[in-house]
Design a protein around this ligand. Structure first.
Ligand SMILES: C[S@@+](CC[C@H](N)C(=O)[O-])C[C@H]1O[C@@H](n2cnc3c(N)ncnc32)[C@H](O)[C@@H]1O
Length: 321
């Protein structure tokens, strides 16, 4: 894969801030633009001299766009106006080729802030899936940071590699992609942050604890309530963490025109839950939670990990006296 500095040269650095995936200045052949029709439908188009964008609304010659600015409104041959812009990371994440489901931008943005992912951070991620979260993490940590991404499926790892390299126009200097199961192939690296997005993240709580520095943050993204419960109780039962916290991020778009101000009709349904926990120092165990679980929370029907201090059903009455 080509080194982006070889592609653009030192003089172009101000047109293309290093490892941002962003390009400024006139549109050039080979880059992707987002062409939006009057109904708001977005089309991802790779610019090439002599090529045309085709839709039921007519055609647009790419040569009308190359060399000009983004942010233009261009009529098709049938006179239908289209807006041309460079796609941002959010658009790239939801439109890139994928094998595994990506973490959606509303959740990825929350993860970056609340996992406190910073420039220069060392981060471990599993699984890499389609590389959606990898791109966001790499952009946040920059070239001084280090991201170790584990993916146990070779085909998904290949997709992740292509998506990350396409976004940054080259091999990001801070990225190591490892094909293998995190538990059996963990390389011993010490990190500041861990992000897990997989079917059975509770299997990786111990290795995340090994990898994290004291005070480091673990973030787990899960889709279902059963995964949520098992992960939270595994973290509690492990005892090397501060009490975990779980959230769901809901974003509601609003319509505001004149006096018609109301929630928009469009919206995304459930995507996932985000769990956060902070690692304690070696040899330190989490203090017992002072709040009692709801009656039945860990009753006869519960067969998951049991946090320390949780009373068994038959002794609960006595304990409560
Ligand atoms: C939902 S996808 C991750 C998507 C990714 N976060 C993104 O935004 O593109 C889950 C991935 O985890 C991988 N996986 C599951 N368990 C794993 C493990 N223990 N170690 C490494 N990868 C794992 C799966 O193969 C799958 O590709």
């Amino acid at each position: 894969m080509t080194d982006p500095s070889a592609l653009i040269g030192d003089d172009d650095q101000d047109l293309r801030p290093a490892w941002s995936g962003v390009r400024r200045g006139p549109l050039v052949e080979g880059e992707r633009v987002s062409v939006t029709d009057p109904k708001g439908r977005r089309h991802n188009v790779k610019l090439a001299h002599g090529a045309q964008f085709h839709s039921t609304n007519g055609l647009i010659d790419h040569d009308l766009l190359i060399g000009g600015p983004e942010g233009v409104v261009v009529p098709t041959t049938l006179g239908v106006p289209h807006i041309v812009m460079r796609p941002i990371l959010e658009e790239y994440t939801v439109s890139m080729p994928r094998g595994a489901t990506v973490i959606y931008p509303k959740d990825a943005s929350y993860i970056l802030m609340f996992t406190d992912i910073f420039p220069g951070a060392r981060v471990l991620e599993a699984g890499a899936g389609s590389g959606g979260m990898s791109v966001s993490i790499l952009r946040a940590i920059g070239e001084q940071g280090q991201l170790y991404s584990y993916e146990r499926r070779e085909d998904f790892a290949e997709t992740a590699k292509k998506n990350v390299e396409q976004f940054f126009s080259g091999e990001h200097p801070g990225w190591s992609l490892r094909v293998g199961d995190l538990v059996s192939t963990y390389g011993g690296e010490k990190v500041d942050r861990v992000v897990l997005d997989m079917l059975a993240p509770w299997e990786c709580v111990d290795v995340a604890h090994q990898a994290l520095e004291p005070g480091g943050w673990l973030c787990v993204y899960v889709a279902t309530t059963t995964q949520l419960g098992r992960t939270m109780d595994t973290i509690r039962a492990h005892e090397g963490w501060v009490e975990p916290r779980a959230v769901e991020v809901n974003v509601r778009e609003w319509h505001a025109e004149g006096l018609a101000i109301r929630p928009g009709h469009a919206g995304r349904g459930h995507t996932g839950f985000i769990i956060h926990a902070r690692r304690l120092a070696d040899g330190v165990t989490a203090p017992l939670k002072r709040r009692r679980p709801a009656p039945g929370a860990y009753g006869d029907d519960y067969d998951g990990p049991r946090p320390r201090g949780v009373t068994m059903p038959e002794t609960r009455d006595v304990d409560q006296d």
